[in-house]
Design a protein around this ligand. Structure first.
Ligand SMILES: [Zn+2]
Length: 289
């Protein structure tokens, strides 16, 4: 078995001003997404975009579930913004595992991406940005795979930021760092951490998520989560040795993919941190030539 190198860096700085109104608004989005079937989740996103008069397009697809002989359908929702040569992708998966309300995984990520669309729709972009809601992540990263397959801007790709599990605690967890596909985005992520002042933990490992579809195509990518204190270390250790021990099992994973993944376990503050960190990251990325 291959040994995984682990490195965890923690940067402490003065916390930046939190945006309570943003966190509360994002939490309202989560409450409207949680418990809905896949079409209901996608419909909520579309209704919200129409309300803000934001242009979007959809990418319908069908694919075979890995290791099973069943065909599934899905639909990515994409909001293009800005102009320029380079391309930035911001993504969150909109689907949830069956029988789970899918609030923290990943109603929170969807809420943050919606918040970013609303907050940055009039921003002076130097690059093109696609805000994506990927479908069927839980089925095997199918929506993001489809997106990468049809991605025309591979040559001009700047970075992909994946948001998955954003709703508990106040520590920003970023990964998987290393492997040559985050040389551009990681120095900027560290800068965003310094600027916002949040506790920032980076690791060489990160649970499977849509960033992998980009990593497999050797496209610059990173994933961002907001986790309770101590969870990052537990997550890294779990991903490295896969031992399930009740004392060291990450808090977020006890609820994720279960009928208990509801907004009752989430906090507006965590969503506000995810929003502010990613917004800062995007603004710094926008200054990249
Ligand atoms: Zn997820």
């Amino acid at each position: 078995m291959k040994k995984i190198l682990i490195s965890v860096f923690v940067i402490f700085a003065l916390p930046s001003q939190l945006l309570p109104q943003t966190g509360a608004e994002l939490m309202r989005f989560v409450k409207q997404i949680e418990g809905k079937p896949p079409e209901g989740r996608r419909q909520f996103i579309k209704d919200q975009l129409r309300r803000w008069k934001v242009r979007y397009h959809t990418m319908a697809f069908q694919a075979n579930l890995p290791f099973r002989d069943s065909l599934v359908r899905g639909e990515n929702i994409i909001v293009p913004m800005g102009k320029g040569k380079k391309k930035i992708i911001v993504g969150a998966h909109s689907d949830a595992v069956p029988k789970s309300p899918g609030a923290n995984d990943n109603g929170g990520g969807v809420a943050v991406v919606l918040g970013l669309i609303k907050g940055l729709m009039d921003y002076q972009w130097n690059h093109k940005v696609d805000f994506c809601f990927f479908d069927q992540e839980e089925g095997g990263l199918l929506g993001s795979k489809e997106f990468v397959k049809k991605y025309k801007d591979k040559e001009n790709h700047l970075a992909m930021i994946n948001l998955d599990v954003e709703g508990t605690g106040d520590e920003v967890f970023v990964g998987p760092v290393g492997g040559g596909d985050d040389n551009v985005i990681m120095p900027i992520a560290r800068k965003a951490a310094k600027r916002t002042g949040y506790t920032f933990i980076e690791a060489t490992v990160y649970p499977p998520s849509d960033y992998m579809s980009f990593a497999n195509a050797k496209l610059e990518n990173i994933s961002v989560s907001v986790l309770p204190k101590g969870d990052a270390d537990k997550l890294v250790s779990f991903l490295s040795n896969h031992k399930v021990n009740t004392d060291t099992y990450p808090q977020v994973m006890k609820v994720m993919h279960t009928p208990h993944d509801s907004s009752a376990y989430m906090s507006p503050k965590a969503l506000g941190i995810s929003f502010e960190f990613t917004r800062t990251l995007l603004m710094l990325l926008n200054e990249t030539k």
